[in-house]
Write a protein that binds this ligand. Structure first.
Ligand code: KG4
Ligand code: ZN
Length: 331
């Protein structure tokens, strides 16, 4: 099936044309980051308006780059949630319009499910596998037994990993989005320079907590103001190391307990070079088959939405025109 997929849950307006939920013919992402950077974070009202301006353009570009016309498209998949309500509604309205106008089926998709399955656009992974989804809004560990068969093993009890990166970046004066900035600065720093806590590391659950780590960074910079100046590389590297160690060790514990030696790491934070490195080292040392999509498929995009979209449409499931945004939607 040739699908058009749309994604507008946060600050990226994206459209993609994907064949059979596996082959990406085009994937266009219009980022609003520079607009929101001025405000130090995503402003929901501005995001909605920018999605409105961009949505038709990204759809046109996706069709053009794929070398197909709208008449060739056999179904539309759209992010239904979780995300910003007003932002989601733009993608949903566009998808409904295309579905109604062309009389092709429509399906609403969970954004996190898209992240988890994005890897299939690059390589097959056998079920079951353990998946770590780390983004601006999520830090979840799942057991995945098939498409649509997810068991939550653990999740953050406060901030998501990406949120922690963004908040720490803001408090040490780095521009939004902070994850990328911290990653870049970490490259020149010593990850052992500052001993930040490893929250919940030994609590016996698969849950995460990152807000205390943010407070630890705040306390450190208030006692050592120079850490934000000459010491910024060490500060970034030490914070990043703490997050990556907790994410890697909790994931390792889930793999040890379930005995499932296949791992997928997904979501925007999976772009982080420290996390990719520590997961690769752990996987190598423990005979775990690790799959992390390339960074463009870890960050928000529409192609990933087509993977579950194609599966559900193929299974005969279809959304109605009463499809509504679900700002909160646990998998
Ligand atoms: O998946 P995503 O693009 O959007 C959401 O669904 O939230 O994830 C965005 C998050 C942001 O918090 C951003 O700072 C973080 O992913 N991120 C990173 C990196 N690139 C993006 N965090 C750490 N290191 C990176 N290189
Ligand atoms: Zn995302």
């Amino acid at each position: 099936m040739l699908l058009l997929a749309l994604e507008s849950s946060c600050d990226e307006t994206a459209a993609a044309v994907v064949r059979d939920g596996r082959t990406v013919l085009s994937s266009i992402v219009a980022s609003q980051i520079s607009t929101h950077a001025e405000y130090g974070g995503v402003v929901p009202e501005i995001a909605s308006r920018q999605h409105l301006e961009a949505v038709s353009i990204v759809v046109e570009q996706a069709l053009q780059e794929a070398g197909v016309g709208i008449a060739d498209i056999e179904g539309v998949a759209v992010t239904q949630g979780p995300g910003l309500a007003g932002a989601l509604l733009v993608g949903i309205s566009a998808a409904k319009g295309l579905s109604f106008g062309r009389r092709i089926p429509l399906v609403g998709v969970n954004h996190i499910e898209g992240h988890l399955l994005a890897v299939f656009l690059e390589r097959p992974v056998e079920f079951p596998f353990i998946a770590l989804a780390v983004s601006g809004g999520h830090s979840h560990l799942y057991r995945v037994d098939g498409i649509g068969r997810y068991t939550t093993l653990g999740q953050t009890v406060d901030d998501a990993a990406g949120e922690a990166f963004d908040k720490v970046a803001k408090l040490i004066g780095l521009p939004y989005p902070g994850g990328v900035a911290i990653d870049r600065l970490s490259a020149g720093g010593d990850p052992q320079a500052i001993k930040f806590p490893r929250p919940l590391l030994h609590d016996g659950t698969f849950n995460f907590s990152f807000s205390g780590l943010k407070t630890a960074v705040l306390t450190h910079v208030s006692k050592h103001p120079e850490a934000k100046e000459a010491g910024i590389n060490d500060l970034a590297a030490s914070f990043q190391a703490a997050v990556c160690e907790v994410l890697t060790k909790k994931t390792a514990a889930a793999i040890a307990e379930t005995g499932i030696k296949r791992l997928v790491v997904a979501g925007g934070v999976a772009c982080n070079s420290g996390l990719r490195r520590s997961m690769a080292q752990y996987a190598e040392a423990n005979g775990v088959e690790l799959s992390i999509p390339s960074p463009k498929l870890c960050a928000d995009n529409a192609a990933m939405i087509a993977v579950p979209g194609d599966f559900y449409l193929g299974a005969g499931y279809q959304s109605g025109f009463d499809l509504d945004a679900l700002p909160v939607w646990p998998l």
